[in-house]
Design a binder for this molecule. Sequence first.
Ligand SMILES: [Zn+2]
Length: 385
Amino acid sequence: MRPCRTALVYSPLFGNFNFGDDHPFKLQRNRLAYDLMGAYGLLDLPNMQIRDCQQASEELLLTFHDAAYIARLKEFSSSEEPRADFRFGLGDADCPVFKGVYDYAALGAGATCEAVRLVVEEGVDIAFNMNGGWHHAHRSRASGFSYLNDAVVAINWLIARGRRVLYLDIDAHHGDGVQEAFYDTDQVLTISLHESGIYFYPGTGFEDEIGEGRGKGYSVNVPLLAHTDDAMYMKAFDEVAYPLIAAFNPDIIVTQIGADTFRTDPLTNLEITTHSYGEMLSKIKRLKIPWVALGGGGYDLMNTARAWTLAWAIMNGIKLNPRLPPAFIDKIELLGYRNRVLMDAMHWADEGERVLALGAVEKSIARIKKTIFPGILGSYGAPSS
Ligand SMILES: [Zn+2]
């Protein structure tokens, strides 16, 4: 059997940009993840390659984005002065305008397009772009740290080549921009597991958002309450996402694997660890479907580095020592981190909070099985049980 071929799309240029010292999104996390992968020997494996990337062309960006929005983003990007245009979501606290913001966003989109191209045109089985997954970018509006929607642009490229695509989003936030782009098509099945929009940004992603027209039944949302832990998250994945992926049997899977679901993330309230995160990714890998993974959120830098290193190891079929490499520990100690382990033990939320969150997830699953499952499992054949 041919060994699994993987590609890490990585550009050191991402380190040249900065959202500002007070902004929770820190581009240093890419470097930290890259260094941890290196410390584990994961950047020098026989069947992997590291590929650089270019900015996505305007032609590709315009398959989703509005021309006036792109023009304004470009104009602001070249200015030294902080600028704002709230019609386009530019210049607020979440989406600051900094010099080179267009180059930064177009490079992220280019990295995702390159990951997809490697899989489609060069026979790579799994490609990973840590600096992608900007799922809140809308057609003509920046939102939630996202300026250009790399996943949508790359999926548009796939659709133009006749591919059926499964988009799975396990970031703590609803993948609203991606859902919106494919809400009326059955060519893309979007599945998002996220903290509930009842109280949490971006305020969407409820079970009754199931798509419209030809796309009815092809948007799937599992909102989760605060304190959802490893076991509950796995339940949602096993009972909703996994059977739908298997039944839809796409030509390619695009996943947004944000690490802001983790228990100590400063912006979110879910209680996930490497335990369920790794389990989910292992299950996706076992499907043996061409796979493109995008980084997404993650605001505790060491969690993010640990999560994506684990993800890259799983993609390459490597089992890692659960203790961090000593040389890496020495290095991060100088930066003030006290982490010692890569793998967390499975985590259980406090009993009272668990009961509430579990009740909510069970209700959501039951609803989705009623509204979504008959269509997808019916049209593509339910796995016999
Ligand atoms: Zn997020």
